[in-house]
Design a binder for this molecule. Structure first.
Ligand code: PHE
Length: 338
């Protein structure tokens, strides 16, 4: 029986050595080690082995099984390695991976997010309104009479149905007060449109950030403190903020806000950045008429509003010399913000 086992082992090892695929290897496993395999058949002969030889022959049987099993396993590993190698044919797997171009946020999105974050920390909630607005929300309710120059055909984009592309985000003040009673503390970033001649500092579609706070006993000191804090957070602690008397139909008194920055490395000079003021009682009156209640005309209710150009904030924040760079989407420009 020892010879028979030797013969089976060498037959198996030779066969394994020449096999070239998984299927062939599996056939050999079954042919030798399977239930009806040659080794299994041979082991039935153990019955007839004389008692004193059983130990030796049994050991031989185990060795044979181990030798065949090991050969099958080694061959299996070799076949897998060969398959992998074939896949890498012509490819150098040690080369560094290909880097995919990384996207980045647009500078307008970056400043807007930062501005919104600062104001949210101060308790302002996000609000929004439509870009296609009614004349009432954009002008009348904001105490801007029909003969005001802002309402001119040549300054505003009108639709045939009488609606228009909002010329400022101040319409969101009205939209918000129509549906929410005081206290109202909102900011509204969004697009605004004017028939401006496009140049380095003007675009016909631009972005504004509107703010509105109406509550009991809101004062000019609140407005001033809010905007000063906001601009120092955004542009640095040593930013100087100046309020210059101005006129807006929907605020009284009204101011333009100028900034003097020291952090940009450029010669410090005053830059106009925002419009603001105390909400005009005429505006609160329009809202009351629309709401049919006195939530905004009740004793002691007052508020402030402000509006600024987000594009202008980006120009200052990132030293962008020309507004048009912000809308041309040249990746050489945008890539600098990645
Ligand atoms: N809406 C004004 C503008 O577009 C800015 C502004 C907003 C002024 C709120 C005062 C209060 O110029």
């Amino acid at each position: 029986m020892i010879e028979e086992l030797d013969a089976i082992q060498s037959e198996a090892l030779n066969a394994v050595a020449t096999v070239t695929d998984d299927a062939g290897l599996e056939a050999l496993r079954i042919g030798f080690l399977g239930k009806k395999g040659k080794l299994t058949a041979a082991s039935a002969g153990m019955r007839d082995v004389p008692k004193e030889q059983k130990k030796n022959v049994g050991q031989k049987l185990n060795e044979t099984r181990q030798a065949i099993t090991a050969a099958l396993e080694t061959k299996g590993a070799e076949l897998i390695a060969a398959k992998d190698a074939a896949q890498f044919e012509g490819i150098d797997p040690t080369l560094p991976g290909r880097t995919l171009p990384k996207g980045a946020q647009h500078p307008l999105t970056l400043v807007q997010d930062e501005a919104v974050q600062i104001l949210r920390r101060m308790g302002f909630a996000l609000a929004e309104g439509p870009e296609i607005e009614t004349e009432w929300h954009c002008f009348d309710a904001l105490n801007t009479p029909a003969d005001h120059p802002a309402r001119n055909e040549s300054d505003t984009f009108y639709f045939e149905n009488g609606k228009l592309l909002r010329t400022h985000t101040s319409s969101v003040q009205i939209r918000t007060m129509e549906k929410q009673a005081p206290p109202v503390r909102i900011i509204a970033p969004g697009s605004a449109f004017r028939r401006d001649e496009i140049d380095a500092t003007h675009l016909s579609a631009f972005h504004q950030l509107e703010g509105l706070y109406v509550d009991t006993g809101v004062t000019l000191a609140d407005l001033k403190g809010t905007l000063e804090f906001f601009f120092r957070e955004l542009f640095g602690e040593d930013t100087e903020v100046r309020f210059r008397p101005h006129f807006f139909p929907f605020t009284e008194p009204s101011f333009e806000v100028d900034l003097k920055l020291h952090a940009t490395g450029q010669a410090a000079k005053w830059i106009e950045i925002a419009g603001c003021g105390m909400v005009d009682p005429a505006v609160l009156q329009s809202v009351s008429e629309s709401r049919k209640d006195d939530a905004f005309t009740a004793d002691g209710i007052s508020g402030f509003a402000f509006g600024m150009g987000i594009d202008r904030l980006a120009m200052i924040k990132y030293g962008v010399p020309d507004l048009r760079l912000l809308i041309e989407n040249d990746v050489r420009f945008l890539g600098q913000f990645a």
